[in-house]
Design a protein around this ligand. Sequence first.
Ligand SMILES: C[S@@+](CC[C@H](N)C(=O)[O-])C[C@H]1O[C@@H](n2cnc3c(N)ncnc32)[C@H](O)[C@@H]1O
Ligand code: SF4
Length: 348
Amino acid sequence: MNRAVIPHVLNSAPLDALTRPLHDLRISVIDRCNFRCPYCMPEEQYAHDHAFLAKHERLRFEEMTRLARAFIAQGVRKLRLTGGEPLLRRELPVLVRMLAGLAGVEDLALTTNGVLLPRLAQELRDAGLMRLTVSLDTLDAETFRHLSGGRGEVAEVLAGIAAAEQAGFSKLKLNCVVMRGVNDVQVLDMLEHFRGSGHIVRFIEYMDVGTINGWQAERVVPSAELLARIGARWPLEPLARGYRGEVAERYAFADGGGEIGFISSVSQPFCGDCTRARLSADGKLYTCLFAQTGHDLRAPLRAGASDAELEALIGARWRQRADRYSELRADLRAAGNPEKVEMYTIGG
Ligand SMILES: C[S@@+](CC[C@H](N)C(=O)[O-])C[C@H]1O[C@@H](n2cnc3c(N)ncnc32)[C@H](O)[C@@H]1O
Ligand code: SF4
């Protein structure tokens, strides 16, 4: 991994309209998924003939790497691969190796539902992937089937986690979306299982990303409520935030059982510190998880734009950024729920 900092970059890193720097880039490598989680891609919305991106519409690895380099020149230091399900993208370790070799990358991570890790964890590690986040909403087999849209088994994800450990990934982040009346009563079981493992379970409030998941505010379990429930079982101590833009509020088990986190985009929006850009698999730049539209970078890229031109496009778009959907959620929804980009398009 080349961690060299490119000196001219630091001076030119743009701030957005709300003085937030560009620091993180999430790259969605594919819009397809082998699950149909009801909070993301509800099965009934995706008929078997649903038109996902065709191969020629998706960015090639060389194109992603070129864009990643342009983002790095505009201040990005952390890259995360996502999807859809990123492990469905063929030859993914090849992309990981290309990105790991870019000067200026300080962190290279991936978010996955974990099912394909037994096949790929070692190759990803060998290619230079630094960190893994695995999504796991419950340990209960029946609830898991429901939350994967009938496409997965919890045992497969646990096997994926074991494969990741075997490959040398430690301190995994385990993302758990909590929905009232669905899996909220199972969070203590999750913690019982993973306490002491070194992995960090992070509870995510169910969000109104996109429009097709039929989000209902009543299904959200505010983190404060979960914190109280967990704290009643195991005393917790708050931990300081690791860095600007960290979205999770962190806590440690007082008895030394490890760390947990809460991502509370609904009850405690963190727009003020959001330093993330998102690139969809077809090369659109989204400046907010709840954006309505993206800014096409694939067309200029394929039309022969120079590196300097791509950097200028990214910088200009970032400087215009004024998104803060989560802070405005109530008003925007009251004014008529806007149609937003779907989660599987930009990957969280
Ligand atoms: C869109 S997925 C993409 C990567 C991979 N397929 C996975 O599930 O880990 C990224 C993350 O977004 C989370 N997510 C999806 N829809 C969500 C929603 N409506 N609210 C909160 N989190 C959501 C998933 O649980 C997952 O942890
Ligand atoms: S959350 Fe991830 S695994 Fe679930 S449907 Fe969305 S992209 Fe697929």
